[in-house]
Design a protein around this ligand. Structure first.
Ligand code: S3P
Ligand code: PEP
Length: 430
């Protein structure tokens, strides 16, 4: 795909469902007894891999009109490897759930997922009594059938995938699983568990929380409506902020505080983003988002800001490339193990398009201005690097091309169509 400079962007765009909540709704539905009916499920590749995985465990996932219907039940050991494609969330959450259900299973993924760390999940599961092996820390991962006992576990990093994997395993374990979370990360699992009839005690603990989940609990099927994905909204908000004369409305977007750190960041940079008509849907806060273009200024952010905007650093770096002054982001070590080494890939996308930046082990500094563009960006199987590069191209002096746009379908399948409906000129090379 090539993004051609232009603008302004105007109009309203309805975003697809949130990816984190979509994975959880499917897996919780699979663990529950009875039917789970899901509206606005994200039908992107990552989530469809999780749906296919559930079928592999002997469960039914079907579309009925507007809804996706999951018939939960006892999990069976699959007769084939479970392939999770590009999805870290899918494989890590399924590892926890499968361990708790006592099934034997092997997991595999694509070239990107195969180099991401898996021992971080296997370690606490082994403490619970699981027998499981990775391939030098990576996929393929194999779990043996067996029963688990609950543990008290202090999260070594602010990872919601890890937290959720241990909670899902704990659902099937003997005893109370206790998770100490010193730094709060996305809390969709904690919000969704009670909606499926689970008992979960949440206590404040300094800046974080302590979670206590009694074991051997049986979830009950539920109705879930998935809100619009704020991580997808971030691309449109940055485009609206940097392209002069733009004005965009995004109805029904999730505004859970553990997810929308980037909105606060964009506002601090001078972006005119407003939240309208705030309301609740299915235990999650949502709002209509509105952005109007404005001049941006540089910002310095410490590591404490990372968990609530961990997936948004590539697009925030693009915003910083258009801002006046030098921006610095710290605490980015986890970006090294996403779909790509996102710290390196973000720096490379900026450099390729004439933006001066510097990186260290866990920080990024960007000299803002008007990006020259004209680059051909290597996306390394990373959807967020692809979309961030294309947004940069809309505001740069020259067009920006990405080497591969296939991965965009893992999280935001109608990205190019939605952008075009607002007036963006993004062309796919066929
Ligand atoms: O729990 C989730 O749904 C996610 C957690 C985050 O990963 P980590 O848990 O590895 O931080 C995030 O980057 C990912 O896109 C989705
Ligand atoms: C990190 C991401 O996803 P996952 O870990 O599920 O692959 C992402 O969507 O930015």
């Amino acid at each position: 795909m090539t993004a051609h400079p232009g603008g302004p962007l105007k109009g309203e765009a309805v975003l697809p469902g949130d990816k984190s909540i979509s994975h959880r709704a499917l897996i919780f539905g699979g663990l529950a007894r009875g039917q789970t009916r899901i509206r606005n499920l994200l039908t992107a590749d990552d989530v469809m891999r999780t749906a296919a995985a559930l079928r592999g465990f002997g469960l039914s996932v079907e579309r009925e009109g507007e809804e996706i219907v999951v018939e939960g039940g006892p999990w069976q050991s699959p007769d084939h490897m479970i392939y999770c494609g590009n999805s870290g969330t899918g494989v890590r959450l399924l590892m926890g759930a499968a361990a708790g259900q006592g099934v034997a299973v092997s997991f595999e993924g694509d070239a990107s997922l195969r180099v991401r760390p898996m021992e971080r999940v296997l370690e606490p599961l082994r403490d619970m009594g699981l027998e499981g092996t990775s391939t030098e820390g990576h996929l393929p991962v194999s779990l043996s059938a067996g029963s688990l006992r609950a543990i008290t576990y202090r999260l070594p990093k602010a990872s919601a995938q890890l937290k959720t994997a241990v909670l899902l395993a704990g659902l099937g374990a003997e005893g109370d699983t206790v998770i100490e979370e010193p730094i709060l990360c996305r809390d969709h699992t904690e919000r969704m568990l009670p909606a499926f009839g689970a008992e979960l005690v949440i206590e404040e603990m300094g800046e974080g929380r302590k979670l206590t989940l009694p074991g051997r609990q049986q979830l009950k099927g539920a109705k879930v409506t998935v809100p619009g994905d704020p991580s997808s909204a971030a691309f449109l908000l940055v485009a609206g902020a940097i392209l002069s004369g733009s004005e965009i409305t995004l109805p029904g977007v999730l505004i859970n505080e553990t997810r929308i750190g980037f909105i606060e960041t964009l506002r601090e940079m001078g972006a005119q983003v407003s939240l309208m008509n705030e309301r609740e849907e299915g235990g999650e806060p949502i709002a209509d988002l509105h952005v109007r273009s404005s001049a941006l200024k540089a910002i310095h952010l410490g590591p404490e800001r990372a968990p609530a905007q961990i997936d948004e650093y590539p697009i925030l770096a693009v915003a910083a490339a258009f801002a006046e002054g030098t921006t610095r982001f710290e605490g980015l070590d986890e970006l090294r193990v996403k779909e790509s080494d996102r710290l390196a890939a973000t720096a490379a996308l900026l450099t390729e398009n004439g933006v001066t930046c510097r990186t260290g082990e866990d920080w990024l500094e960007i000299d803002g201005g008007t990006p020259k563009g004209g680059g051909l960006v290597k996306t390394h199987h990373d959807h967020r690097i692809a979309m961030s590069s294309l947004i940069l191209g809309l505001g740069a002096a020259e067009p920006v091309t990405v080497d591969d746009c296939e991965m965009i379908a893992t999280s935001f399948p109608n990205f190019a169509g939605l952008m075009a409906s607002l007036g963006a000129n993004i062309k796919e090379h066929v």
